[in-house]
Design a protein around this ligand. Sequence first.
Ligand code: 5GP
Length: 175
Amino acid sequence: MLKSLITEEQIKSRIAELGSQLNERFGDEPVLMIGVLKGSFLFMADLCRYLGTNVMTDFIQVSSYDGQKSSSGVVQIRKDLDINIEGKHVVVVEDIIDTGLTLSHLCQVWRTRNPKSLTVVTFLSKPEARLHELPVDFVGFEIPNAFVVGYGLDYEEKYRNLPYVAQLVDDPVTT
Ligand code: 5GP
């Protein structure tokens, strides 16, 4: 059962705010936006349209969930970056930070590759679930520690196309 948590209108207006904050930070400097697949695909698509013409995009695909509701604790890289990040302003675009394992691992690796700067933008964050500390520059929405779907986020590859975010709550037991 889906219980709506963040509406399409709330998402649109928050992304406009995040877009203008990123523009303030980088001005006309070139930026490389890296979307963490698959969950960030809608957020990345909407957010990158607020940035100017000096933007490159790339994607990385990692997995720590394997389509389930809890993390396996191991970050596997399924598709690495195509673009060298050295000397570039990197903006990492993530769907959700839960324990922080995925992004703390990626940022640790990327810092060794000498980017000019590393900025983390996440659509959602669950602060109560954090186990791995990492600096997060921009957060779309903070949410409670519950499993959510929609706007890129899936359960067993379903619900990514929803234009809103919903909590996935178990169906009531019928007798
Ligand atoms: P972390 O490594 O921070 O524990 O988890 C990050 C990744 O786990 C996210 O990129 C996302 O793929 C997945 N994840 C964490 N929480 C949720 C959730 O509530 N819903 C969905 N669909 N995926 C989640």
